[in-house]
Ligand binder design. Structure first.
Ligand SMILES: Cc1ncc(COP(=O)(O)O)c(C=O)c1O
Length: 470
């Protein structure tokens, strides 16, 4: 693809370099879908095809089939990821100033929904596990938040989180039913839960009002294909559909839509057996890793009993290995192994039906070699969790206020006018409208030094934050 006046294709070149002989423990899980379809079927609203919004033909039919497989009343195909579904849901449920309860582990798209809707978040803290691994929200904390927020419009939980830890969806549904408010679930990483009894309880089975699944993360659909499911006809449906049509492209991207339909068909036919095989791989791998003297896998027994662990997410952590997760990730990359994410003292690998037979062996061998090479080190102390600051303005008020940029070091005591999001996992640690605490600044500085990538922090000529101008 060179010549004709074009000499350089940076994206193609980077992708081609990434390709050879890799073992892929990360999203997207390319399972079984035929790749030759994608350019051939990139068509538009031609006779016999359908519209993306208010569909009446093939898209409507495919969405109905998906609703039946995912046990929903109605399913929308999302062509801008679960992100679009989450933002649209918040816009549908919340008016400016209304309160939405949500876990502090919410994805950045939820923050976008808060900014666009003008809703007031009431955050529920997230429990922490070994090696600083974030767990999920506790029912007692959710119940407390609910008690203090008489007019809350709903509760939005992320279940499972990036580390595969799900919250107690059935108990939360019961709690919310008493109050007559909806449970909205960001199940972006848990689309496979409904297909196997060994997985945590899915949002569908728990009786959630609405939930999203990123088909491209764990179900083999093309990026950024996702599903938004609604349990039954809700009064907010019209607003939801309107928001989806405003947030996504006007043109149906047929390859993405087709991949969502093909993934549904494949899941319906062989979802259980494919995930069963992946489950066996994950169990064997975990067992073998547990023989290591330094590495261990996060296990169900380490969680509060109300939380459930996705057995396909391998969070491998350590206390006495002399490298950080970021360094380990780099060494694995050099050996042709790509994992999903890293933290100070852990890495997260995803086992999925598309994983090649020798991938598990390669990961295990690499860990064994690295253990031999580096041995044990002094204990690593994971950083303290980010503090939960006071909310002075709503995210929308702060994001639309007059702002100024200040050096990070001088921002303590001011009100943030922007999000700050380490990526991955894409969970904001500071929201517009929050008071900037000295502890938050110290933690940013430590993370920057450790090489954490921040999605929204201006770094040049020095780290700067947008704050609300007095
Ligand atoms: C917990 C969580 N929710 C939602 C999303 C957004 O999903 P998508 O990439 O499908 O827009 C992500 C993306 O990584 C995520 O980690």
């Amino acid at each position: 693809m060179t010549g004709e006046g074009y000499s350089s294709y940076p994206i193609l070149e980077a992708l081609q370099k990434q390709l050879p002989s890799r073992h892929r423990f990360h999203v997207p899980a390319h399972c079984v879908l035929p790749h030759q379809y994608w350019s051939r079927y990139d068509l538009t609203e031609l006779p016999g095809l359908d519209y993306l919004y208010q569909p009446r033909g093939c898209i409507a039919a495919a969405q109905e089939l998906a609703a039946s497989v995912f046990r929903a009343g109605k399913t929308f195909f999302l062509v801008n990821g679960s992100s679009a579904g989450l933002i649209a849901s918040i816009l549908a449920f919340c008016r400016p100033g209304e309160t939405l309860l949500l876990g502090r582990n919410s994805h950045r798209s939820v923050a976008a929904g808060l900014i666009l809707s003008g809703a007031r978040p009431k955050f529920i803290p997230v429990a922490e596990g070994p090696a600083g691994i974030p767990l999920n929200i506790k029912i007692a904390d959710a119940a407390r938040a609910l008690k203090c927020s008489a007019a809350a419009r709903g509760l939005l939980v992320t279940s499972p989180n990036y580390w595969g830890v799900g919250s107690a969806l059935t108990a939360l549904t019961a709690l919310l039913q008493q109050r007559g408010i909806p449970l909205l679930v960001d199940e972006a990483h848990g689309g496979h839960f409904i297909f196997h009894e060994a997985f945590p309880v899915s949002a569908a089975r728990a009786g959630a009002t609405l939930w999203v699944n990123s088909g491209h993360k764990t179900l083999g659909a093309l990026t950024p294909g996702a599903y938004l499911h609604v349990r039954e006809n809700i009064p907010e449906m019209r607003k939801l559909e309107e928001a989806l049509s405003m947030l996504q492209t006007a043109s149906p991207p047929y390859p993405v839509l087709l991949s969502l339909d093909l993934a549904r068909g494949w899941l319906e036919k062989c979802g259980h057996s494919a995930f069963n095989a992946a489950l066996e791989t994950a169990i064997k791998l975990k067992r073998a890793i547990s023989e290591s003297r330094v590495f261990q896998c996060l296990e169900q027994q380490e969680l509060p009993p109300e939380m459930q662990l996705d057995p396909l997410r391998l969070t491998i952590y350590w206390h006495r290995f002399p490298l950080t997760g970021y360094q380990l990730c780099e060494l694995l990359h050099e050996r042709g192994i790509e994992i999903e994410m890293a933290g100070t003292a852990y890495i997260v690998a995803m086992v999925h039906p598309g994983l090649s037979a020798d991938a598990a062996t390669s990961l295990l061998r690499a860990l064994q070699d690295l253990e031999k090479r580096f041995g044990t080190g002094s204990p690593i102390r994971p950083p303290d969790p980010y503090p939960l600051p006071a909310l002075i303005l709503t995210p929308r008020e702060a994001a639309t206020a007059k702002t100024r940029m200040v050096p990070l070091r001088e921002a303590a005591g001011l009100i943030a006018a922007q999000l700050v999001t380490p990526f991955p996992p894409g969970v904001p640690v500071l929201y517009p409208g929050e008071l900037i605490l000295p502890e938050t600044i110290a933690r940013f500085e430590a993370d920057l030094k450790a090489g954490v990538h921040f999605q929204d922090l201006a770094l040049k000529p020095q780290p700067l934050l947008a704050v609300v101008a007095e």
